[in-house]
Design a protein. Structure first.
Length: 335
């Protein structure tokens, strides 16, 4: 499965520009599903037929955080804005690959040591720029014109049990859904696999897919910030390597108690290690499903992840495999 993960995480497809990742996922799953289509917004929706007449929806968002060019100065330096939750501190010194093929290095202003120090104390997008090697506005406009999208240029690294890359959020969940599709032979219910667009900019794709499918139960599969590093988030206790987490709540939604109970029940039946997660920030596509139509019973299964929204997000491979086991078990046992 590691080769699949590597393939998906290294693709550059920020919010609103998911064509490349959608094509790659389609290539992986088209021979394993009963139905496959792309909706008007760009969500990839796949289905495996069951026997119960009920519908289970499993969601992973395809997009990743990124940046967009907003201005080019006379010397060819780019100004940018964020797509999703991008920290200027994480960007500083990183390499960006733009959809045009241009590469750039992110740096910051400062005409003196004092000014640079003051800027660093409260760094924002007004004070950072991207150097793409251009010498003039005209040259830069040919390489990365205003409106060009970009993402971190960061590669996959296999550290054994730990895996490192950009865009584990949420390509690791995309890989998990792809693997679940390939392994799932006899689902109890009709299982819809939604690879959603534009989660990072406001849970856009999930809301549309929810209205389209109206499942009996929806599970968003996402990452969650791993609070197991030194001096981190003492109000949370889940950790890498102890299994996927069943989310109780985050800032965006409270998971359906029926979903939480069913996930734990299935995990116990199949002896799959799981953790409970109460996230003190953030949100997932589960909210998009919950508030659609007359409401959908929804929740989230998360992969604990260190350094979320950085160029180097870390997951534990055992958690990944156990998430596949959990989702496959739910699909086989039924909602």
């Amino acid at each position: 499965m590691k080769e699949l993960i590597k393939k998906l995480v290294e693709i550059s497809s920020p919010s609103g520009r998911e064509d490349a990742i959608r094509e790659a996922i389609t290539e992986e799953v088209r021979d394993y599903v009963d139905e496959l289509r792309v909706d008007a917004l760009g969500n990839l929706i796949c289905m495996k037929k069951g026997k119960s007449g009920k519908k289970l929806l499993l969601d992973a968002h395809m997009d990743e955080i990124g940046v967009v060019v907003t201005h080019i100065d006379d010397k060819g330096f780019l100004r940018i804005d964020m797509l999703g939750g991008v920290s200027p501190y994480m960007l500083l010194g990183s390499r960006i690959i733009f959809e045009s093929g241009a590469y750039g290095i992110v740096s910051t202003e400062g005409e003196s040591a004092r000014e640079a120090g003051e800027i660093m104390k409260n760094l924002d997008f007004d004070h950072i720029f991207v150097d793409i090697g251009a010498s003039s506005r005209e040259e830069a406009e040919k390489l990365a014109p205003i409106g060009t999208f970009g993402t971190y240029d960061s590669k996959f690294r296999d550290l054994g049990e730990k895996l490192v890359s950009k865009s584990m959020d949420d390509r690791i969940a995309c890989a998990i859904l792809v693997q679940t599709i390939k392994e799932l032979k006899e689902p109890a219910d009709d299982v819809y696999f939604v690879f959603a667009v534009q989660e990072e900019v406001g849970i856009v794709g999930a809301s549309v897919a929810a209205f389209d499918i109206m499942p009996d139960m929806a599970i968003a599969v996402d990452v969650t910030a791993g609070p197991d590093t030194p001096k981190s988030f003492k109000r949370m206790g889940f950790k890498l390597g102890a299994g996927p987490t069943i989310k109780i709540k985050d800032r965006g939604s409270v998971s359906s108690s029926r979903v939480v109970s069913r996930l734990k029940e299935v995990a116990d039946i199949r002896s799959i290690p799981v953790q409970y997660e109460v996230l003190i920030f953030g949100g997932t596509d589960a909210r998009g499903y919950q508030v659609t139509g007359k409401g959908i019973a929804a929740g989230t299964v998360s992969v604990p992840t260190r350094y979320v929204h950085s160029p180097n997000e870390i997951v534990d491979y055992n958690d990944v495999l156990n998430t596949v086991r959990l989702l496959k078990a739910l699909a086989e046992e039924g909602v």
